[in-house]
Ligand binder design. Structure first.
Ligand code: ADE
Length: 224
């Protein structure tokens, strides 16, 4: 059994889901004048929606999560809260996934209060209905049980942090040295997914550069 419920998402699925989402938006009869991608997850879906909906105006805002002092809960804030005049524009805010919903809630509030648009709607490829505080106006897939979706644009970042977590946990049981093949087979067991070899190689290079691992002969050794 994988330790972290994870699903690998391919580029082909992203294109299919974005096309499906565009068709749902078209059928609703509502058309955006401007698409706002929420960085960074919303970039690829937003760009594909521009193509499938024939929208030329694409801009972006970036959301960042941070933990308030002495609070377990994370809050979403905007990194570069610039102001533009959108008085006569219908805006579609796009993200990859609505998980807690905090990102889209924060983005919509900021845009309504500062850009004065004619209208704002929210879209995402996926909506985790069991945990999200909001339901986006448009979504392609409703996810009922929380899963980590391994999107193609965070593959290296995710594989790096997944390997780091796996090796840290196994170090608690006294395991400190791994061959490349050990890491790959444990990764498959832990996460129930597999990625191209180059991602494991690059992730291990990242972990060496970060000072988390050492390589000696053919072994990767955790630096304690
Ligand atoms: N970003 C926020 N929640 C996520 C999830 N469940 N899978 C992938 N990316 C996410």
């Amino acid at each position: 059994m994988p330790r972290v419920p994870t699903k690998l998402v391919t580029w082909e699925e992203i294109v299919d889901w974005s096309r499906g989402l565009a068709n749902i938006i078209k059928k609703s009869g509502w058309r955006p004048d401007v698409i706002v991608a929420v960085a960074r997850g919303g970039y690829v879906p937003a760009r594909l929606l521009c193509d499938f909906l024939g929208v030329e105006n694409l801009l972006s805002i970036q959301s960042q999560h941070w933990t308030e002092a002495a609070k377990a809960e994370e809050r979403a804030i905007l990194r570069f809260p610039y102001v533009v005049d959108m008085r006569d524009k219908r805006i579609l805010i796009v993200d990859d996934i609505v998980d807690t919903g905090d990102t889209l809630i924060t983005a919509e509030k900021f845009i309504r209060e500062n850009w004065y648009p004619l209208d704002v709607k929210k879209a995402a490829l996926q909506w985790i209905s069991s945990v999200a505080k909001i339901k986006p106006d448009y979504y392609y897939i409703e996810v009922k049980e929380w899963v980590w979706f391994q999107y193609p644009w965070t593959r290296l970042e995710d594989v790096t942090s997944f390997i780091k977590r796996m090796i840290s946990e196994e170090a608690k049981n006294g395991r400190i040295a791994w061959t490349f093949n050990d890491i790959v087979s444990s990764f498959r067991e832990w996460y129930g997914i597999d990625v191209d070899k180059i991602y494991y190689e690059d992730a291990l290079e990242n972990l060496i550069e970060m000072g988390f691992l050492d390589r000696k002969d053919n072994l990767y050794i955790i630096k304690l």
